[in-house]
Structure formats: C-alpha cells, structure tokens
Ligand binder design. Structure first.
Ligand code: BES
Ligand code: MN
Ligand code: ZN
Length: 502
C-alpha cells in the first residue's frame, strides 16, 4: 500500500479523483473558517444542522457520487477532540463504513484536524490496520484492494515527519504481523533467520546467524536445553543497524523467538494450543522494528538479538528437574519446561552485555499471568531503572501502544530458590508475570535493562484471531526519541549502573 502526502484545503478535496474520500470532522471543525464557501464545508454544515450526521466520536455518514465531487464515494466521520487516539477510532469506524473492495485509491482528508504529527500517524496506522489481510497460506483470501492513500493535510510541509514515521510504522507493524501470523511450519527458526538476513542486506544493516554448534560454544546451555527436543535446529539471530558513529552505545532489543510452544514435557492442554505459533511475537516485533529503521534510517545504533527455537516434547527433550548451566555460569533447575521463554532469553541477555549497551529491552510473550493482569490493552513493563521505564512508558503513550509498569521487589524472587541449582525456572502461580521478570533480572546485573511482557497484546484470539504487530510502534518511538535525545545532547552516555545486587 502506498501513502502520499498532499497539501489539501477543504475546497481542493472535492477535486480529488479517488474511489473514496474519508473526511475526518472533529468537534471543533471550524465551520466559520470555511463558512460554507466550498462544497465540502457546505455539506458538513448542512448534514450537521439537519441532524443526519450524529456528533459522537466514530459516527459517520456515507454518500455515493456526491454532487460537486470527483470522488465516487465519501464518508464523513466524527473525530471527537481530534486527538491521535480519537483519530484512530474515527478512521477505524470510517473504514468500516466504506465498501472496501471497490476502493483502490482513498483520500484521507485530515484538513480539518488541528495540525500534529501524532494524528497523521494515527490515521495512517488505522487505515493500514483496517485493510490488512493475511494471505501467505490462504490463497482464497481476498488480498487488500486498497493500493493508494492520499493523506490530505492543511500544509504538507508541516506534516512530513509524522507522515514519514507513520509510513515506517505501518511497514514495521505489517512486517511483524506477517511473521507472527505465519503458522509454525511456515515460520521456523531458520525461516526467521532468512528474513533477518534479507533485512541485513540494506545499507547500514548487518545480520549474523548462529546455529547449535556456535551457541554451544558460547555456553548457552539454557537456550540449548529448550531446543533439544525439536527436530528444527535453533537459530541465534544477531541484527545490527548502525545509523550513528560506532562510538555510540547501541540500544539492544531482545525478542523471544519460540516458533511453537507445546510446553515441552510439561505439555500444554490441546485447546487453543495453535495460538502458541504466536510465541515468536517478540522476535517478530524486533524484525518489524528493523524493517521500520531501514525506511527511516535514524541516527542511532541498534542491535537485535533473537534466540529462536521450538519447544517440543520428545525422547531427547529436557525433563522437569533437569539442571542446566546458563551462559552466565548460573545453574537453573528446569522445574517446568513450559517456562521456556525465560530460558532462551536469559542467555541472550547475557550475550547482550558484550555490546556495552545504552539500554537493553527484551520483548516476550512470556506469561499467561500477564494476560490476566493487564489483558489486551497494555503490555507489562518491568525495570528497576526509572529513567528507562519512563522513556518506554512515554513512547508507548505517544505511539498509542501503551504499557504499564509492574513492580520488581526482591521478595518476589523468593519462590525461584532451588535445592539443586542456583535458581529454579518457576515460582508459584501468584504474581507469575513478576516472578518471570525476576528470573530474567538475575541475568542483567549491571545492565540498564527493561522487560516487556506482550503475552496479552501481541495477538488477538477469537474470530479476529491474528497478530497485532505490537509493540513495534512503542519500540520505534522509543528509538526515535533516543536518537533525538542524542542529537540534542540531552542523553547521558549510558544510564549509570545500579550498585544494588540483584
Ligand atoms: N508462551 C507462554 C506464555 C503465554 C501463555 C502467552 C498464554 C500467551 C498466552 C509461556 O511460555 C508459558 O507457557 N508460560 C507459562 C509459565 C508457567 C509455566 C510458569 C504460563 O504462563 O503458564
Ligand atoms: Mn511455555
Ligand atoms: Zn512460550
């Protein structure tokens, strides 16, 4: 899908030769500014007066071959206060009112909105979201018909940045959705590695892929243990994007890449087990973020680490009670083989330290407990670094991809104690999202680390089953904010290490 940015007055909207116009009308639509001088403002005025165009956010009015317009169809939609989140809801509602199969070219008229990058982005994202179709393994699916979207704003020059970021976010989100949606037999660790290699061909990018031998040589005994029950060989994917001088410390993103999670010997029940193909949602979000970086080429260095394998039951699979040695040297008693995400992430986090990172953020569909705690609205955020936590939280708000910080008191780690190893891989049921984070924290001693649990936000269940592409918007926003902070010299070289042992 192609986006095009255009300066567009209300009067010019009637001249737009498109299959459909989607006109956003905020509460504060300046009826006076246009004061009925053009066809569109005249129409808005009339339908508002007669009451046919209700005023609640998302209410719409559709017209076919409206007089005085070149467009075949037009939908007016109420955009409430005109904020980014209202705009997103309005576009989603408006798109539902369009007969999409006939619409190849759409005019998205944002000319009445108060100017702001966030609303332009939100409109573009909602437009993409409403028209996304997964087709890779479904030949009968009707592919997206919408090909071109003309984004009309009062002054294009003032919306260029929001537009560019919006476009890149759409690319990143769709990349992540695509890979997360693919069934496990169409998204094996090797296939993810190939996708990463392809991304690595772009300027400023580099990809390295390690297999079982190299991972064994690194001493990643915990990661290896999870992979040992599967016929698919594991992959450890290292992506690099260098947009800033080499001297600048990178942000490291670590994505959980379990391409299928059966639970292993601690096997999961059959119901909804298919959804465990989404257990590489963290990895998909890292790949998607890199796809977006390729488009925007911001001045920042980023490393992506993806430990990827299947979690299968097998004669060779790791057994409950087995003790393994992680790359950090700490031993782990694997009491539950279904708590595998933390077992692959811990070794990747140990590996992350070699980049002397400015920050490390892991992204993982880690716990069902996080779904219970926060549902599908906010991802779980964990960090003992206030500054880092605040940056991520703020990025989430800005990008309409919110997260919520949960605590990391040391008392939560009590249950991880083991008689046979330095730690167990599970604590009790209580506070499960937090105890999982406490486990990861044991591998991030001096690192400026944060953890995002996206188990509730990475995909939707039920009739609308499918990947959401989250938290690509949050991650990209965070990276762009970091790049901007570095540019203006506000950023510290690195977040100071916390002395307190973990
Ligand atoms: N991939 C799952 C987490 C998950 C569960 C995500 C449900 C989305 C929906 C993870 O590997 C897992 O199985 N976690 C266990 C941990 C438990 C054994 C301590 C869980 O949450 O049940
Ligand atoms: Mn599991
Ligand atoms: Zn899992």
């Amino acid at each position: 899908m192609n986006f095009e940015l255009k300066s567009l007055s209300l009067a010019q909207a009637s001249e737009l030769a498109v299959d459909a116009l989607l006109v956003l009308v905020p509460d504060a639509a300046p009826n006076d500014r246009a004061s009925g001088v053009c066809a569109l403002s005249q129409l808005i005025l009339e339908v508002s007066r007669c009451g046919d165009f209700e005023t609640d956010l998302g209410k719409s009015l559709a017209c076919y071959r409206p007089a005085g317009f070149k467009a075949t169809r037009m939908v007016l939609v109420r955009a409430g206060d005109g904020s980014a989140s209202s705009v997103r809801k309005a576009v989603a509602a408006g798109m539902a009112g369009l007969k999409l199969p006939g619409v190849k070219k759409l005019g998205l008229v944002l000319s009445l909105l108060p100017k702001g990058d966030a609303s332009v982005r939100a409109a573009m994202m909602a437009c993409a979201d409403a028209t996304y179709v997964y087709t890779s393994t479904k030949p009968s699916a009707k592919a997206r018909t919408l090909q071109q979207v003309v984004v009309g704003v009062p002054q294009a020059a003032q919306a260029r940045e929001g537009f560019a970021v919006g476009k890149a976010m759409v690319t990143g989100v769709e990349f992540a959705k695509e890979w997360a949606n693919r069934p496990a037999n169409h998204a094996t660790p090797s296939m993810l590695a190939d996708a990463a290699r392809k991304l690595g061909r772009q300027p400023g990018f580099k990809t390295e892929v390690l297999g079982p031998k190299e991972v064994a040589a690194l001493g990643m005994g915990s990661f290896l243990a999870v992979a040992q029950g599967s016929a698919e060989p594991l992959r450890f994917i290292i992506l690099r994007y260098n947009g800033a001088p080499r001297s600048q410390a990178p942000v490291v993103l670590v994505g959980k890449g379990i391409t299928f999670d059966t639970g292993g010997i601690s096997i999961k029940p059959a119901a909804e087990m298919d959804e465990m193909k989404f257990d590489m949602g963290g990895a998909a979000s890292v790949l998607g973020t890199f796809a977006a970086l390729a488009e925007l080429q911001p001045a920042i260095n980023v490393v992506g680490l993806i430990p990827s394998c299947e979690n299968m039951p097998d004669g060779l699979a790791v057994k409950p009670g087995d003790v393994v040695t992680s790359m950090s040297g700490q031993t782990i008693e694997i009491l539950n083989t279904d708590a595998e995400g933390r077992l692959i992430l811990c070794d990747a986090l140990t590996y992350a330290a070699r980049f002397k990172p400015r920050s490390v953020v892991d992204i993982a569909t880690l716990t069902g407990a996080c779904v219970i705690a926060l549902g599908a609205v906010r991802s779980g955020l964990f960090s003992v670094r206030d500054e880092l936590a605040q940056s991520l939280q703020q990025a989430g708000e800005q990008a309409l991809d919110p997260c919520w910080r949960l605590p990391l008191d040391d008392e939560y780690a009590e249950g991880l104690k083991s008689n046979f190893a330095d730690m167990g891989n599970v604590a009790g049921r209580a506070g499960g999202a937090i105890t999982a984070a406490k486990f990861l924290q044991k591998f991030t001693a001096e690192l400026p680390w944060a953890h995002l649990d996206i188990a509730g936000t990475a995909w939707k269940s039920g009739a609308a089953k499918g990947a959401t592409g989250r938290p690509v918007p949050l991650l990209l926003q965070y990276l762009l904010n970091e790049a901007a902070a570095q540019r203006t010299g506000k950023a510290k070289a690195a977040v100071p290490a916390r002395r307190k042992p973990v």
